[in-house]
Ligand binder design. Structure first.
Ligand code: AMP
Ligand code: GLY
Length: 438
């Protein structure tokens, strides 16, 4: 019996928990803090994801065989360091490496130091300096402003006008996101097609192994046709049907290898995953950002596509013995469609009863709670419907057929997940062709 501690509570962790249970060895799962959904797959522990001392104390007493850190916050807070100090194998980076997500200024320095293609940028810590930069902006609009630190996905603003840039910048410097926004990265806008590239990484002073996972595509805006405000992600599919092997090779050569080598050169150990936000521009792939964790809902898709014993795979990374450069995949395509609460992303109407009939698609719990035996909404992204099929069109059709099977009043859903990519592929277009134009 393998004892696994999983830190987190969302759809990503639920999807991983399901996959962990499919391995050869039986799994005893503990989730911190978990959720009512995860409570059906294991035991929930009442520690917050950033409760370094509480989680370490539990691990010290219960000695898990593997700890998996889901979200960025525990990584940045040093939960990985604390568990490693106890001798627990951890899938998830130490705090030093987690700065690649925890500080956008640090990440940009890293990209520039290792010659990784990315947007031209300038890091500003002074009000007058930033205002002068906005007044003499040397790139096209919009001006991209990024709060340096973690800001719950709200720290990136694409300002369409000088006035909007000034207002955003002043709010950041006044502490809109506390210390996290008192350092601001200004970037030129990148135009093209965005994709999510996940890489398992096992890097230490004496070795550097990595394995690419299939490229996926997220849909960040709340409404169909990519309209409305940004969310954590309303749906993902993967792999991209028009992405050729040579395109993936180009990302490997230009983005992934310099990243892995850069980690080793900089003495940054890495035992976990890196999720590269990539913009495929007319000049080729450029790195938008690093995340030091699996994406949500990207994970829901990746877990469907992986033909691996997840616990053993992640354990090999955690123990610094991944020693391979690829993973085994199932053929076909997977899709995860998010069912979101009323008022999301500004808020989330909680406590609304959910009617779940019998969908064929996998139901992933993300923001639900059980109240007197009845599932109710309990977060912005409530549930995901996940399907795997021989191709994207069929995967889309399967989820579409299930949309009436899981409903509640006020539910929000995008029915166009993967549609743009499907049309692009059906028109015979490739990654270098103009994206999203008929
Ligand atoms: P992040 O919070 O860093 O994931 O950024 C949020 C989103 O902002 C990204 O997923 C992109 O869609 C967009 N973005 C970030 N940087 C740029 C850029 N330089 N140009 C255009 N869009 C960007
Ligand atoms: N779906 C995007 C993210 O996890 O950051």
């Amino acid at each position: 019996m393998m004892k696994i501690l999983l830190v987190g509570s969302g759809g990503r962790e639920y999807a991983m928990a399901l996959k962990l249970r499919e391995g050869a060895e039986a799994v005893e799962l503990f989730a911190a803090p978990g959720s009512d959904g995860l409570a059906e797959l294991g035991t929930c522990l009442s520690y917050g994801v950033e409760d370094v001392e509480g989680i370490a104390a539990w691990a010290s007493e219960h000695r898990p065989d593997l700890a998996i850190l889901g979200p960025e916050a525990p990584l940045v807070a040093g939960v990985g360091n604390a568990l490693r100090a106890l001798g627990v194998p951890v899938f998830g980076h130490n705090a030093a490496t987690a700065r690649l997500e925890g500080s956008k200024a640090f990440a940009k320095d890293f990209m520039e130091r290792h010659a990784i293609p990315c947007a031209a940028s300038e890091t500003v810590t002074d009000l007058a300096q930033g205002e002068a930069l906005i007044h003499a902006w040397p790139h096209p609009y919009p001006i991209v402003l990024k709060a340096d630190g973690l800001a719950a996905g709200k720290g990136v603003v694409l300002a369409a006008t000088r006035e909007e840039a000034l207002e955003t910048f002043r709010n950041f410097m006044a502490g809109q996101f506390g210390e996290a926004s008192k350092t601001v990265v200004f970037e030129e806008p990148l135009v093209g097609m965005e994709l999510s590239l996940h890489v398992l990484v096992d890097v230490k002073a004496d070795h550097a192994h990595y394995a690419l996972l299939p490229a996926c595509q997220d849909h960040k805006r709340i409404f169909e046709d990519d309209l409305g405000p940004n969310t954590g992600g309303m749906g993902v599919f993967g792999p991209l049907p028009f992405l050729k092997a040579e395109d993936v090779e180009r990302m490997r050569r230009e983005l992934v290898i310099p990243t892995v080598q850069g980690l080793q050169k900089d003495g940054l150990d890495a035992q976990g995953v890196l999720f590269l936000g990539v913009m495929w521009t007319p000049q080729g792939p450029k790195l938008l950002e690093y995340n030091v964790r699996f994406g949500d809902p990207e994970t829901q898709v990746l877990m469907q596509l992986l033909d691996e014993d997840l616990a053993q795979l992640l354990l090999s990374v955690a123990q610094g013995r991944m020693e391979r450069d690829s993973v085994t995949l199932k053929p076909g395509c997977a899709i995860a469609v998010v069912l979101a609460a009323e008022d999301y992303p500004e808020g989330a109407k909680k406590g609304v009863p959910i009617a779940i009939q019998s969908p064929r698609s996998l139901v992933v719990h993300a923001g639900t709670r059980k109240q007197d035996g009845q599932w109710v909404t309990n977060g912005g992204r409530v549930l995901n419907l996940v399907a795997q099929a021989p191709d994207l069109a069929q995967a889309r059709a399967q989820v579409e057929a299930d949309l009436d099977q899981v409903t509640w009043p006020g539910r929000q859903v995008r029915r166009d997940i993967g549609l743009k990519a499907l049309c692009h592929a059906q028109a015979g277009k490739g990654v270098a062709d103009a994206w999203g134009q008929a």
